[in-house]
Design a protein around this ligand. Structure first.
Ligand SMILES: [Zn+2]
Length: 406
C-alpha cells in the first residue's frame, strides 16, 4: 500500500533562494522542451518528439549550463520532462477522442510549483540527519532543509517532491507500507445518518458533532474571499503587496478549514472502524438526487415559478459541503478496507420516514414532524429523527449484506 505524507519545510533564507532557483530552472527546462516539441510539430515534417529524445539531451544541457541546469538532480530533471510528456499524451488522447483540448502551454515561473524526485537517495535524501532530533531532507543543490515532521513516516520512502504553496515550502513523500493487520472482530454493527445539526447520528443513539470551529473558520474565509474579490484580476506577478496579502490570507484559511475537516473525518472514521465490524451509510449520490427540489410552475403565470424552498435547500447544500461528508466517506472506506471491515452504501429513500419499530414499520412523511423529531402516526413511537434514520440505514445495509452473501 502506498501512502503519501506532506510536511512543512523550514528552509533558511539561503535555502529558500536555492529552492526558488531550482523551480525556476526546472520551469525553463520544461518550457524549453515544450518549445522544441512545438517547433518540431509545426515543421512540415510534423515530427513528434518523444520523451526519450529529450531525456537523451539532458547530459549536454547540463554540461553547457553548469551554473544553472548542472546544479540540480538529473533524475528530477527527467521527472520534469516526463511531466511534459504526460501533458502531451493527454493532449493527443483528447484530440483522438474528437475533443478540442488546448495545446500544452508554457508555464510562467510563478505557476511552476513542483519538482519531483522519483527515488529517495537519488538527488534527494529523506531524513538526511538521522541522529539529529530535527528531521531534515537534503536536496542536491540546496542542502539539508529542516522539516516539521508532525507524524512518523511508516514504511520505506519511495518518491520525494518539493512543493511551493504561496510562501510555504512542503516536502511530499510517498512510502510503501506492508499490508496492515485486520482488526479483531467486535460482533458489532452500526448504521449512520449524516445530518446538519450533527455531523452524524448512529443507530445506537449516539451523535458525532460537526467539527469545532468549522463554522467560525468558514465565516472568516468568506470575509477574506470578499476582501480578495475587491482587487482587480491581474497576473500573479503584477499584484500589489496588499493584493498578495489578501491572496495569502485566503489560501491560509482554506488550508486551515481543509486540515480541520480532514482531522475530524479521520478521527470519526477511526472510531467507527474500531468499534464495529460493519457500517452502513446513505448513498450520497442517490440522496442528492432524491432531495434536490424540483421547480414548480405557477399555474396563474406561465413561465413563472412558485417558491418551493429552493433557496433554503441551497443553504442546506452548503452546509452539506461544509460538513465534508464526501471526504469522510472516502476515508471511512479506505480505513475499513485496510482493517478488514465491511462498509455498505444503501438507498436513503424513506429512511427518515419509516418507523423503526420492528412490529410497526409504518412509512409516512407525517412521521417526521420536524427536522429533529420523529413521531410515528401509527404506533406513537418517538425518537430523534436522525437516530431513526440511522437505524433504518443499518437495517437496509444488513439486508443488502445478507443478499450478497446469499
Ligand atoms: Zn410505528
Amino acid at each position: 500500500m502506498i501512502r503519501a505524507y506532506t510536511f512543512l519545510m523550514r528552509p533558511t533564507v539561503g535555502q529558500t533562494q536555492a529552492l526558488g532557483e531550482m523551480l525556476r530552472d526546472h520551469c525553463s527546462l520544461y518550457n524549453g522542451a515544450l518549445q522544441e516539441r512545438r517547433d518540431a510539430y509545426r515543421h512540415v515534417s510534423k515530427t513528434s518528439i518523444k520523451y526519450g529524445m529529450q531525456s537523451a539531451q539532458l547530459k549536454d544541457i547540463r554540461a553547457f549550463d553548469p551554473e544553472r541546469q548542472g546544479r540540480w538532480s538529473f533524475s528530477s530533471q527527467q521527472a520534469t520532462l516526463r511531466r511534459l510528456d504526460k501533458a502531451f499524451a493527454a493532449f493527443f488522447r483528447r484530440v483522438k477522442a474528437d475533443e478540442t483540448p488546448g495545446y500544452p502551454r508554457f508555464r510562467g515561473v510563478n505557476w511552476f510549483d513542483t519538482v519531483d524526485f522519483p527515488k529517495d537517495g537519488d538527488g534527494v535524501r529523506w531524513n538526511s540527519t538521522p541522529h539529529d532530533p530535527v528531521t531534515r531532507v537534503r536536496f542536491q543543490g540546496v542542502g539539508h532543509v529542516k522539516v516539521n515532521q508532525h507524524r512518523p513516516v511508516v514504511g520505506k520512502v519511495k518518491t520525494v517532491s518539493v512543493k511551493r504553496e504561496g510562501r510555504r515550502w512542503y516536502v511530499v513523500l510517498t512510502a510503501e507500507q506492508g499490508e496492515p493487520e485486520p482488526l479483531a472482530p467486535t460482533g458489532s454493527v452500526v448504521g449512520i445518518d449524516m445530518g446538519i445539526a450533527n455531523f452524524l447520528a448512529d443507530s445506537n443513539g449516539g451523535f458525532v458533532p460537526n467539527p469545532r470551529h468549522g463554522r467560525q473558520a468558514a465565516a472568516k474565509l468568506e470575509a477574506a474571499q470578499q476582501a480578495l474579490s475587491r482587487f482587480p484580476r491581474v497576473r500573479r506577478d503584477k499584484r500589489t503587496a496588499n493584493h498578495q496579502k489578501a491572496v495569502r490570507k485566503v489560501a491560509g484559511l482554506h488550508r486551515k478549514v481543509r486540515c480541520q475537516r480532514l482531522d475530524h473525518a479521520h478521527k470519526t472514521a477511526l472510531g467507527l472502524i474500531r468499534e464495529h465490524d460493519f457500517v452502513a451509510y446513505e448513498d450520497l449520490k442517490i440522496r442528492n438526487m432524491v432531495k434536490a427540489p424540483a421547480p414548480k410552475t405557477d399555474p396563474d403565470q406561465p413561465g413563472a415559478f412558485l417558491p418551493n424552498g429552493a433557496a433554503a435547500k441551497a443553504g442546506l447544500n452548503k452546509s452539506i459541503n461544509d460538513a465534508g461528508w464526501g471526504v469522510f466517506l472516502t476515508i471511512l472506506t479506505s480505513k475499513a478496507e485496510s482493517a478488514g471491515r465491511t462498509v455498505i452504501a444503501v438507498d436513503p429513500r424513506n429512511t427518515s420516514r419509516t418507523c423503526p419499530r420492528p412490529t410497526c414499520g409504518h412509512v409516512a412523511a407525517e412521521n417526521r414532524t420536524t427536522q429533529e423529531k420523529f413521531h410515528c402516526v401509527a404506533c406513537g413511537h418517538t425518537a430523534h429523527a436522525d437516530t431513526v434514520g440511522a437505524v433504518n440505514v443499518l437495517r437496509a445495509g444488513l439486508v443488502r449484506r445478507d443478499a450478497r452473501q446469499g
